[in-house]
Structure formats: structure tokens, C-alpha cells
Design a protein. Structure first.
Ligand code: NAP
Length: 257
């Protein structure tokens, strides 16, 4: 039986770890050839690629530091080279703008360097990666951006990070409108707290996990696969009539006061 994403090519930024890794693995399991992007952890990205290939899937790694001004150009020159080496034409069907940083630093302590990194990685990079991706995206393609519940519900110690995610929701709506004529669907997924390196400071102990769960309707700590399943749905045929939406995937974090 053919897989739902057979013949499709996907690019996942920040596919080397955490949520991006789970997304890359699930897209590949559904048949897509996946470009696994990394910033500093090339070895982790190569491990993800090797795991996908071992499971019978297709993947290659693509490196680009997203704090750099020309990050999108660099990323896509790597993507084009990797695609060619793997027998592809350079066309793209699914872009997942997942890479992000979230320094746990209060409003008063935030430095200009931290602020600039947040804007570069969480806002500027997804914008210009999407701009470059659109040149290669097939009609009927998908863009999926990673937002966060903090766009709606501010979290303590995350003022600078929190302001980057409404920008992602806004970009999602603008692109859905701009690209709808090409039948390209653009959506965002907004996770609640998910157990990854990004949340290591406030998950993992009994006390910390109890604090997180007290704010959720569902009483467990979210995992990367919980997000990846929704992203893969949005990349697939069942999501054909959904565009311009931010879908919260948080175990019910914002359903109550
Ligand atoms: N975890 C959560 O609770 C949570 C909640 C809401 C939203 N999110 C969002 O979900 C996305 C993934 O989060 P995560 O928890 O999986 O984070 P993570 O485990 O910290 O992984 C971050 C990923 O982003 C990449 N990245 C970071 N800085 C980069 C840079 N300068 N250049 C290139 N790549 C860079 C990393 O690549 P390298 O390691 O190769 O540098 C890594 O693959 C983010 O957009 C985040 O804001 C997460």
C-alpha cells in the first residue's frame, strides 16, 4: 500500500533534535524524502538521517546557522545540493519552520544579544526560509510553522521569546492568503510544554512536572510525538481544506483560567 507522502519532499528546520526530530522521522515514515536541517549539531542530524534510512526511509542533512544574515540562501544551496545527490530535482512539497531558541530569561535581564538571536532564529529565519521555499514549492504544497501557546498565554520569564510567536501566527495568516491561489496551505502548530532540551529547566522533576500539569486539562507531560503527529496530519491529504490556522496542541493548556 502506498504511503500518504510517497514522492513528496519535505524540509524540517531544526530537525536535529526535539520536536523537529520527531517531525522528520514521522514525515519519512509516511513516505516523504526529508531534508533534516541542523544548526550546531551536525552529528545529531546525521543520526536522525541514519535512523530514517535504517527504517527504510529517505533523508539527508542540511546545515545552516539561522543567526546568520544569509541563512536562508545558505540553507537552500545546501538543500539543492543534497536533493540533487539523492536523485531529486530541487522541488519541495512541505516546509516545516520548526527551529527555535527560547532562553529562559526575565524581562529585566534580557540582553540585546539574546533579543537579537531570538528575532533572527524565531522570526527572520522562518520569514526568509519561506520566501526562498516558495520558489521551489510545488502547487498544492504545505508550509507548517511552529508557534507556541505563549503567543496567547504569557509565561513567566519568557517575555522576549513570547513576542516572537505572535509574529509566526501573523506570518501564517499572511502567507495563507498570499499563496492560496497556488493551492498552498499554510498553518501553524502551537505546542504547550513539551519535554525537550528547550524545557529541561522546567520539566523532569516531580515538582516541576506537577506545576506544568496543573495548568493543563490532560495530566501528563507532552512529548515531541504529540506535536509531530499533528504536523504530519497538516502535511497530508486530510488537511487539504485547512489554511491560515494556528492549531493549539497542548493537552488543553489554555482552556481554563
Ligand atoms: N518544547 C516546547 O515546550 C515548545 C513549546 C512551544 C513551542 N515550541 C517550539 O517548537 C520548536 C522546536 O522546539 P524544541 O523544544 O524541539 O527545541 P530544541 O529541542 O531546543 O531544538 C531546537 C532546534 O532548533 C535548532 N536551532 C536552534 N538555534 C539554531 C540556529 N541558530 N541555527 C540553526 N538551527 C538552530 C536546533 O538545531 P541544532 O541543535 O543543530 O543547533 C534544534 O534542532 C521551536 O520553534 C519552539 O519555539 C517548543
Amino acid at each position: 500500500m502506498s504511503k500518504p507522502l510517497e514522492g513528496k519532499v519535505a524540509l524540517v528546520t531544526g530537525g536535529s533534535r526535539g520536536i523537529g526530530r520527531a517531525i522528520a522521522e514521522k514525515l519519512a515514515a509516511d513516505g516523504a524524502t526529508v531534508a533534516v536541517h541542523f544548526g550546531r549539531n551536525g552529528k545529531s542530524a546525521e543520526d536522525v538521517v541514519a535512523g530514517i534510512q535504517k527504517a527504510g526511509g529517505k533523508a539527508f542533512a542540511v546545515g545552516a546557522d539561522l543567526t546568520a544574515k544569509d541563512a536562508a540562501t545558505k540553507l537552500f544551496s545546501e538543500f539543492d545540493a543534497g536533493a540533487k545527490k539523492n536523485g531529486g530535482s530541487g522541488k519541495l512539497d512541505v516546509l516545516v519552520n520548526n527551529a527555535g531558541v527560547a532562553p529562559l530569561v526575565g524581562f529585566a535581564e534580557t540582553t540585546e544579544a539574546q533579543f537579537d538571536e531570538l528575532i533572527a532564529v524565531n522570526v527572520r529565519a522562518p520569514f526568509f526560509i519561506a520566501q526562498e521555499a516558495v520558489k521551489r514549492l510545488s502547487d498544492g504544497g504545505r508550509i507548517i510553522n511552529l508557534s507556541s501557546v505563549v503567543a496567547r498565554l504569557p509565561a513567566k520569564g519568557l517575555a522576549a521569546y513570547s513576542l516572537t510567536k505572535p509574529a509566526i501566527d501573523s506570518l501564517t495568516k499572511s502567507l495563507a492568503f498570499d499563496l492560496g491561489g497556488r493551492n498552498i496551505n499554510v498553518n501553524a502548530v502551537a505546542p504547550g510544554v513539551i519535554q525537550t532540551d528547550m524545557t529541561a529547566a522546567f520539566t523532569g522533576s516531580e515538582e516541576a512536572d506537577a506545576g506544568v500539569m496543573s495548568g493543563q486539562a490532560l495530566k501528563r507531560i507532552g512529548q515531541a510525538d504529540d506535536i509531530a503527529d499533528v504536523v504530519v496530519f497538516l502535511a497530508g491529504p486530510g488537511a487539504r481544506w485547512i489554511t491560515g490556522q494556528t492549531i493549539e496542541v497542548s493537552g488543553g493548556t489554555t482552556v481554563t483560567l
